[in-house]
Write a protein that binds this ligand. Structure first.
Ligand SMILES: [Zn+2]
Length: 321
């Protein structure tokens, strides 16, 4: 129809029409790009240092953490959830909700209890982008409770596992893996896959705390070793060539007192929370209150995944430009 009325005698020439079509197409493309603007970060790394109490971190040889704080945004006064124990706290860190909603109230690997009943940061990302590469590298096997179907491309624990010949169930001989081993696995995988979302968990400072006490020389040594493991992960992000498009969030699940933790007291409840990378303010002290479930909200915001309305967590926007 359109072309039928279009004759050489027409005042609007054919090249003019073509220019009009091309310019219209370019406007459509431009709006398309705006609608699909790049996320704030292409890659997010969440690192948890188990039992890292800020006052002990300050006294330990932790140059990596201090460098991350100097180059990024930090609060040494963030809070975990109550009860301040490993699995409930990490579940909040990775689901964006408190224990009343996620209902992971136990703290051991108990297969009969199944998996977390609310979405995790990984499953929410996969729902938005099924091709996003995701992985968990952990120092404790109980994180299996957070391994929702189709949410992870890699779950790396790597402890020796055997099949019980009588019960036929999977038994875990050793339920902990040292920080350096976790870092080595994670670093190799980061360089190989350039993942969208990775969680890395270092167990050593908690193990040393339970054995020798929070703030003991043994725990400070474990923090030093873990800080070196964190350096290895950080270098892997740089060596993968993705540092300019990555954000790393570093935190802990709880502090501790004596040889334990789990109470609603500052010793156990106060944790560090650091952000480094693309768009993160440099040498910035976060003064807004931060709770561990804000980690998931912030990660989703960075990855351009909608933050669910029922979340307790809020994006830590003050840490970003
Ligand atoms: Zn812990």
């Amino acid at each position: 129809m359109f072309w039928k009325h279009f004759t050489p005698q027409c005042v609007i020439s054919r090249p003019t029409i073509m220019r009009f079509i091309l310019s219209t197409l370019s406007v459509v493309f431009a709006f398309g790009f705006i609608a699909n603007a790049a996320p704030r970060a292409e890659h997010v790394f969440i690192v948890s240092i188990d039992g890292a109490k800020p006052t002990v971190v300050a006294e330990a040889e932790t140059p990596t953490l201090k460098k991350i704080a100097a180059e990024g945004a930090v609060t040494w006064q963030a809070s975990t959830i109550f009860p301040s124990i490993t699995l409930p706290s990490h579940t909040s860190m990775l689901t964006g909700v408190g224990p009343d909603k996620h209902q992971i109230l136990w703290n051991s690997y108990t297969p009969i209890k199944g998996f977390v009943k609310v979405p995790t940061v990984f499953s929410l990302l996969k729902a938005a982008d099924p091709k996003a590469v995701t992985g968990m590298f952990v120092g404790k096997v109980k994180f299996r409770h957070l391994w929702l179907k189709d949410s992870l491309d890699v779950f790396d624990f790597g402890g020796p596992q055997t099949r019980d010949p009588v019960a036929g169930t999977l038994e875990i001989e050793k339920d902990k893996k040292p920080s350096q081993m976790v870092a080595k696995q994670a670093a190799a995988w980061i360089k190989e896959t350039k993942p969208r979302l990775t969680f890395i968990h270092f167990a050593d400072p908690d193990t040393a705390g339970h054995k020798s006490g929070w703030g003991s020389p043994e725990q400070k040594e474990a923090l030093k070793v873990t800080d070196q493991a964190l350096w290895q992960v950080w270098q892997a992000i740089k060596e993968a060539g993705i540092a300019d498009s990555s954000v790393m969030l570093v935190s802990a699940d709880h502090g501790g007192h004596d040889k334990t933790h789990g109470l609603n007291i500052p010793d156990d409840m106060i944790i560090p929370w650091l952000a480094w990378g693309k768009g993160v303010k440099k040498n910035f002290t976060i003064t807004a209150p931060v709770t561990t479930y804000d980690t998931t909200a912030t990660a989703l915001w960075l990855l351009d995944v909608p933050v669910p309305a029922e979340f307790d967590g809020k994006t830590v926007t003050s840490a970003f430009e």
